[in-house]
Design a protein around this ligand. Structure first.
Ligand code: GAR
Length: 203
């Protein structure tokens, strides 16, 4: 395969980040092909975004597999089958096994709704709001076996207002997620970067 810009997008839910990636590709802001969208739940709303855009979808229900390793092996097989260069987790709410990460070394991205390393795990926006931070944001990072801990590609900050609820804050963070995720994907695909320690450096 000569096309080195093939993406696989993994989702579990509504798929607004997937839609942002689809829109960026359609608008020519991101030079890439979305080769496949894989969901671990048949009811993931994002599957409809993919279908509307004419993108192939695959549903791999994790409940149908005996172990995380077996499930992840199936994911890797689907991605390899389509010559995916970069796997993009877009609200994919599953821990990945080391075997998955090793199958795509430095080629898996995740978007997280906080300024990592603060507030990893579930509901990062809510955690930040409850903690009372004055600045939070969104992070795109490379996936490593440790949860939400890989090298950071891009971050965007969002100021927290006293009047914010967890929901109004999450909505502003989401705008930044949609802005930086396609940018980070482009950076990864363009190359010209390296990782030193845990620092992602563009040369
Ligand atoms: C996004 O806010 C994303 O940052 C978050 O799930 C949401 C998915 O929304 N991911 C995580 O919290 C990962 N730990 P979407 O389906 O509309 O893109």
């Amino acid at each position: 395969m000569t096309d080195k810009r093939r993406l696989g997008v993994l989702i579990s839910g509504r798929g607004s980040n997937l839609q942002a990636i689809i829109d960026a590709v359609a608008a020519g802001r991101l030079r890439a092909t979305i080769a496949v969208v894989i969901a671990n739940k048949a009811e993931a709303g994002g599957l409809e975004c993919a279908r509307r855009a004419g993108i192939e979808t695959v549903v791999l229900e994790h409940t149908a597999y005996p172990s995380r390793e077996a499930y992840d092996a199936a994911l890797v097989a689907e991605l390899r089958l389509r010559d995916v260069q970069l796997a993009c987790l877009a609200g994919f709410m599953r821990l990945l096994s080391a075997a998955f990460v090793e199958a795509f070394p430095n080629r898996i991205l995740n978007i997280h709704p906080s300024l990592l390393p603060a507030f990893p795990g579930l509901h990062g926006q809510d955690q930040a709001w409850r903690h009372g931070v004055k600045i939070t944001g969104a992070t795109v990072h490379i996936v490593t076996p440790e949860l939400d801990a890989g090298p950071i590609v891009l971050q965007a900050s969002v100021a927290v207002d006293d009047a914010d609820t967890a929901e109004t804050l999450a909505a502003r963070i989401l705008v930044e997620e949609h802005r930086i995720y396609p940018l980070a994907i482009g950076i990864m695909l363009d190359g010209g970067w390296r990782i030193e320690g845990r620092r992602f450096i563009r040369s």
